[in-house]
Structures are given as structure tokens and as C-alpha cells.
Design a protein around this ligand. Structure first.
Ligand SMILES: [Zn+2]
Length: 235
């Protein structure tokens, strides 16, 4: 089979043997792959290390196997290194490490997640409020993967009134009547649910306009997302 040309973000890189690397790539079209780039660390090949570092936005060729496994990846070229310094770099790498844990290595239509990641890489240098981008990206990815948060109706009875609780196990809101039956649910102020809905709707380009997120609000929203991860994505 001829190789597939992909654009991808490097979610993770592991040095392998003397001169190779294993990479986890979130591609524009074929989902997430685990690949091997052979010999790229051999200096005579003159491949810049940024072409396979975590966080880099690259173009490469993938030789897809009939069954999934370690795919051969060749000719990596940098589109944008997204090589941020200091706090922005720490944030970018933490987001990618999280996503690498959340997203299974499988073939799927990864366009939405890929677009979100490229937009995130482009916008990070302008964003001062790192909490905002962390919440938005985590929320969006969990949602694209089908884990929630689902905020419109009680996930036990389907009603849309008195939605004052949140269950990470169910992936969304629970009403006060059903709360007793759903022991994992915790109270969440209606205003905070509104903010979570707001994060779900706004384009990522508007993130630089969010100047401040109060501590209590941040902790609650983080707890909602963390509990979804804990119930559904941690082994
Ligand atoms: Zn209910």
C-alpha cells in the first residue's frame, strides 16, 4: 500500500534504540497512531529534532498496517514547532500528555480534535489565562470523545429542572430528585453549570478575552472534568 500523507501533532515521543523514536501522533484524518520513525536521531540524516518532539505540528508519511500496531512513519517535516517557553510550554505539554492518555490509539475521524489542537497551538502565545484554555480544551476533547459533560437534562430521569448536581460517572448533570439515587453526584451551583455551557459553546479564538476565573469556579469545573476522566479514562 502507498503511504498516507498526514498532518499531525506529536502527543508523545519516546527515544527507541540508538537512533529511532516512537511517536504518538494525533493526525488530521486517520485518528491517533503509534508510529516508529527509524533512524531520525542519526545526525547524518539531518532531521531536526523538532520534527518529532512532543508538541510539534508536523507533516509525515504513514505506512498503515492492515491491523493497528506500530506504524512506520517517514519524512517528518515541521509545519510549526509550537516550541513555547516557560509557562506556555508547560501548559502545552501538560495538555498533550493528558490527551495522549484520553485518546485511544485507533482509526477514527479525528478532524475535530486535530483542528482544536492546531488552534490551541496557534493561540497559546496570546493567552494569559491558562486556566481558561485548560478548561476549554479538556471539555471539548472529552465531549468529542463522547464522555460529556452533558448539561441539558438530568441523566437519570431526563427532566430539565433543578439540575443542581453533577456526576462524573454519568458524565453530566443530575436533578435534585435523582440525586439521592446517584451517590457519586456532587452539588454544583447553577451559575457554574452556565459557565461550563459557555465553555462548550465559545470558539477557542475567544479564549484570550477571558481575563479571570475565580478560584471556586475553577475548582468546581476542574472537578467535573477530572471526575469524568477518573470514572471513564483512568485504568
Ligand atoms: Zn432527575
Amino acid at each position: 500500500m502507498p503511504p498516507t500523507k498526514v498532518k499531525a501533532i506529536v502527543l508523545k515521543k519516546i527515544n527507541f534504540r540508538e537512533t529511532s523514536v516512537i511517536v504518538h501522533l494525533l493526525t488530521d484524518s486517520i485518528g491517533k497512531i503509534h508510529g516508529i520513525m527509524k533512524g531520525v536521531r542519526n545526525p547524518t540524516k539531518k532531521i531536526p529534532p523538532l520534527a518529532y518532539q512532543q508538541g510539534s505540528f508536523i507533516e509525515a508519511f504513514v505506512y498503515l498496517k492492515p491491523k493497528s500496531g506500530l506504524e512506520l512513519v517517514t519524512k517528518p517535516e515541521i509545519i510549526d514547532s509550537f516550541n513555547f517557553k516557560d509557562e506556555a510550554g508547560i501548559l502545552w505539554h501538560r495538555l498533550l500528555s493528558d490527551l495522549d492518555r484520553f485518546i485511544p490509539a485507533s482509526r477514527f475521524n479525528s478532524q475535530e480534535i486535530y483542528d482544536l489542537l492546531v488552534q490551541t497551538g496557534n493561540i497559546i502565545p496570546q493567552v494569559k489565562n491558562h486556566r481558561a484554555i485548560e478548561l476549554l480544551v479538556t471539555e471539548r476533547i472529552l465531549y468529542y470523545l463522547g464522555f460529556g459533560p452533558f448539561l441539558e437534562k438530568c441523566l437519570v430521569c431526563g427532566k430539565s429542572e433543578n439540575l443542581y448536581f453533577f456526576s462524573g460517572k454519568l458524565g453530566g448533570v443530575v436533578c435534585s430528585n435523582c440525586r439521592a439515587r446517584e451517590t457519586t453526584a456532587f452539588r454544583l451551583p447553577p451559575k457554574h453549570i452556565q459557565v461550563l455551557k459557555f465553555f462548550h459553546k465559545i470558539p477557542i479564538s475567544q479564549i484570550p478575552m477571558i481575563k479571570y476565573i475565580p478560584e471556586g469556579l475553577y475548582k468546581n469545573l476542574k472537578k467535573c472534568l477530572d471526575e469524568i476522566v477518573e470514572y471513564h479514562l483512568v485504568d
